[in-house]
Design a protein around this ligand. Structure first.
Ligand SMILES: Cc1cc2nc3c(=O)[nH]c(=O)nc-3n(C[C@H](O)[C@H](O)[C@H](O)COP(=O)(O)OP(=O)(O)OC[C@H]3O[C@@H](n4cnc5c(N)ncnc54)[C@H](O)[C@@H]3O)c2cc1C
Length: 501
């Protein structure tokens, strides 16, 4: 009986969300549900942030993410508004997860289905599958012990600690493998070096170094392998299209081509934002832009908390979008071509801030599932290699060298002259990522997660200095990647709904 009145009262409150990445879209949809009048202000001419598409002649490419885990976090947004998610987006489960090519000329397919994975290993490795089973079960346990504490709530609100599951989660450092590096953990599990490489690779999902990051990051392995990997029908861009549609239907006002230049505040309280020379008043401002960028460019008068500002940045990527004049039958949707040495690769990336000569190459071939992404008989290859964040390197030279090395590697493994098959090309480098989304130094996962306490060294979802100012997205708690960005939108919008009455 009281609900409509509350809704009306809430509708007087105005929220401005800066940036229409996946977290900004999700937070806007949630805030609209709580009765706010939401204006979502985006500097680009389209929404989606990293999740956009580009066309290159007759080829279509997803620009950023290609692997979706936890699609239920997307569905939840539609269910919140009593809508059927399937009317907006359909998720296809991907099996095999990956075709993994190794430098000894062999390959192993990895699967979510453990029986299929076991059958594959039986044929291709001396490793007993019970070791894989153990790793996957232990990764699941890490998720069970940590998700409520580290992923689904603010880590910066004292009362969130005053309950038993939280305290238990925090003090189980051994069971969440916090004192062991991901590499050491994987090394102890497997004799087959290829499996160590295969499972180390999950550290790169949030731009971390498996030789330094705690094995707690195997929670990523749990998301990706136990939970499965998905591709929406129509490609990853369907996530952006579906959320934009829902946002518009729920009354979110989307303003494109509107870079916010300033977050305004008075007497310790947020008052609105400036964009395109005009002021938009607001009771709440939620910045979904990178937190370093937000402080430096939109709030230069307020210093960023020192300990967070000083954390090292996570890695970035270089992506080649190649139109290929052939379909190579030996490729799956997701393919990894491992380099000879993980240690050489990660040392180059994190210690020397460069890319080694034989890096691991990831190839996403969306036309194998979505034939309309390429003309008949052709393929669209999204070829990605981890790169350091932008520290002023000579990117033209680095990219040219990398291109040569990647072509040599793919040509050797696939027994094709790949450079002769390329009929169109676009390239994305760390400085371009920075330009497109304001990701600070082109780092795509915010601060790195290489230390035991990294989870506590991400910025909170709210400002302690300015009332009414909040933060979501990949650079703040709980972290980057689509699922965590969606959780950050949930944590932040719930905080706002509780606090702003
Ligand atoms: C190449 C690549 C591959 C990836 N692969 C995967 C993957 O396979 N799976 C996965 O889960 N994750 C992946 N990620 C990570 C994932 O894309 C990000 O974690 C996620 O998309 C970040 O979303 P976000 O909402 O935090 O911000 P972003 O996507 O960075 O969006 C921020 C938005 O804010 C806007 N903005 C910034 N400043 C302003 C301003 N001043 N005014 C107005 N608007 C502003 C930007 O234009 C942008 O639209 C990948 C990322 C990249 C780059």
């Amino acid at each position: 009986m009281f609900a409509p009145q509350m809704q009306e009262k809430r509708s007087q409150k105005k929220a401005v969300v800066i940036g229409a990445g996946v977290a900004g879209l999700a937070a806007s949809i949630r805030l609209a549900k709580s009765g706010f009048h939401v204006q979502l202000v985006e500097s680009n001419d389209q929404v989606g942030g990293n999740i956009r598409e580009i066309r290159s002649g007759p080829f279509r490419f997803d620009t950023g993410p290609s692997i979706l885990t936890k699609p239920e976090y997307i569905s939840e947004l539609f269910l919140l508004w009593n809508k059927n998610p399937e009317d907006y987006i359909r998720f296809l489960q991907v099996e095999p997860l990956f075709r993994n090519f190794f430098s000894d000329g062999t390959f192993i397919n990895s699967f979510t289905d453990r029986k299929k994975f076991e059958a594959e290993l039986k044929q291709k490795s001396h490793e007993h599958f019970s070791q894989v089973n153990k790793l996957l079960d232990e990764s699941g346990e890490i998720f069970r012990l940590t998700h409520e504490v580290f992923l689904e709530r603010s880590l910066h609100v004292a009362k969130n600690y005053l309950n038993w599951p939280t305290l238990r989660g925090i003090f189980r450092f051994n069971r969440i493998r916090a004192f062991q590096s991901m590499h050491n953990y994987n090394r102890k599990k497997f004799k087959d070096e290829r499996l160590v490489q295969l499972f180390n690779r999950y550290a790169s999902y949030n731009g971390s170094n498996p030789f330094e990051a705690p094995a707690t990051l195997n929670v990523i392995t749990h998301f990706a392998v136990n939970g499965g990997s998905f591709l929406p029908e129509g490609g990853m861009i369907s996530i952006t299209k579906a959320l934009k549609k829902l946002a518009e239907e729920t009354g979110v006002e989307i303003k494109l081509n509107s870079p916010v230049t300033k977050i305004c505040h008075e007497k310790g309280k947020v008052t609105g934002v400036e964009t395109n020379g005009s002021f938009i008043p607001a009771d709440v401002v939620l910045s979904n832009a990178d937190i370093h960028y937000t402080y430096r460019k939109l709030l230069p008068e307020i210093p960023m908390p020192k300990i967070i500002a000083e954390q090292p940045r996570s890695s970035s990527v270089i992506v080649f979008y190649w139109g290929i004049n052939k379909i190579i039958p030996n490729l799956e949707l997701h393919n990894t071509f491992f380099g000879k040495s993980d240690i050489a690769e990660y040392d180059a990336l994190f210690k020397k801030e460069t890319i080694c000569d034989d890096p691991t190459v990831y190839l996403y071939n969306s036309s194998s599932l979505n034939p309309s992404d390429a003309p008949e008989g052709m393929s669209n290859w999204f070829v990605m290699v981890s790169a350091p964040f932008n520290n002023g390197q000579d990117w033209e030279k680095t990219t040219a060298e990398l291109r040569k090395n990647v072509l040599r590697k793919l040509s050797e493994v696939l027994h094709e002259d790949v450079s002769a098959l390329i009929v169109s090309e676009k390239i994305m480098t760390p400085p371009m990522i920075e330009k497109n989304t304001n990701a600070w130094l082109g780092s795509i996962y915010g601060n790195s997660s290489n230390k035991i306490f990294s989870a506590f060294l991400r910025h909170a979802n709210f400002s302690r200095k300015i009332k009414g100012l909040y933060f979501s997205g990949g650079s703040v708690h709980p972290g980057a990647g689509i699922p965590l960005c969606l959780l950050s939108a949930k944590i932040t919008s719930e905080l706002i709904s509780r606090r702003v009455k």
